[in-house]
Design a binder for this molecule. Structure first.
Ligand SMILES: *Cc1c(COP(=O)(O)O)cnc(C)c1O
Length: 228
């Protein structure tokens, strides 16, 4: 057993316990392993321990890793901010993007998605708690954004991502996450699209609260790979 394999088992146990506490099936929450700043060897160890989906923030670093790991069947998720000049690399290499926060980037990703690849799976990053300087679409603009993104031919709109600022205490964390869950529910009702099924919410520090509030995908780095 490697340390990473042990860590993965511990994270799965946390997810299972949080699901049980929320009377949710364990299969209702996916684990995304956030491998940013760690090298291909760490990803390889996690894959050997059964992990297939990996999250990356820095586009060029991620593409280098994908090339080094070409022999493995991995699913790559972009979870970091995307500058316009990096959208082509994202469209050509990733399976998922969680960090779409404006229409212009979505349009570029759709135009640049190569024809031989399946459509890019995207979540809209929404800023449910912060001020005007935080990244993410504002909650009041996210329905219009969702409708526009859903109409793009080479994207499949899968849901929302949030990165709330840390707050003190489990109840406060749950309350904050519930705001995103409420918005997710509204959008689901308005859009009525079965593929809109993903609420990407919760990291190492707050995955229990995120699952209690209804997260369907937790993005965990530190608890799997160690400190960055
Ligand atoms: C780095 C990062 C994570 C993982 O954070 P940990 O606290 O290490 O689990 C999750 N989501 C995003 C968007 C990140 O940038």
């Amino acid at each position: 057993m490697t340390l990473i394999a042990d860590n993965l088992r511990a994270v799965h146990a946390r997810v299972d316990r949080a699901c049980a506490a929320a009377a949710r099936p364990s299969a209702s929450v996916r684990l995304l392993a956030v491998s940013k700043t760690f090298g291909p060897e760490a990803v390889r160890q996690a894959h050997a321990a059964g992990q297939n989906a990996f999250g990356e923030n820095y586009i060029q670093e991620a593409v280098d890793k994908m090339v080094a790991l070409r022999d493995l069947q991995l699913e790559w998720h972009c979870i970091g901010p995307i500058q316009s000049n990096k959208s082509r690399l994202v469209a050509e290499h990733f399976d998922w993007v969680h960090s779409v926060d404006r229409l212009k980037i979505a349009q570029r990703l759709s135009e640049q998605r190569p024809a031989h690849l399946p459509p890019l799976q995207v979540c809209l990053q929404v800023n449910t708690d912060g001020g005007p300087t935080k990244s993410g679409a504002r909650p009041e603009e996210v329905l219009d954004l969702a409708r526009s993104v859903a109409a793009l031919p080479r994207l499949v709109l899968r849901g929302l991502m949030t990165i709330p600022d840390p707050v003190d205490g489990f109840e406060a964390e749950v309350a904050l996450h519930q705001r995103a869950t409420a918005l997710f529910g509204q959008l689901r009702a308005e859009l009525a699209m079965p593929q809109f099924d993903t609420l990407s919410m919760g990291m190492t520090a707050d995955l229990e609260a995120a699952i209690a509030a209804g997260s369907t995908l937790v993005r965990v780095g530190t608890a799997i790979f160690g400190r960055r």
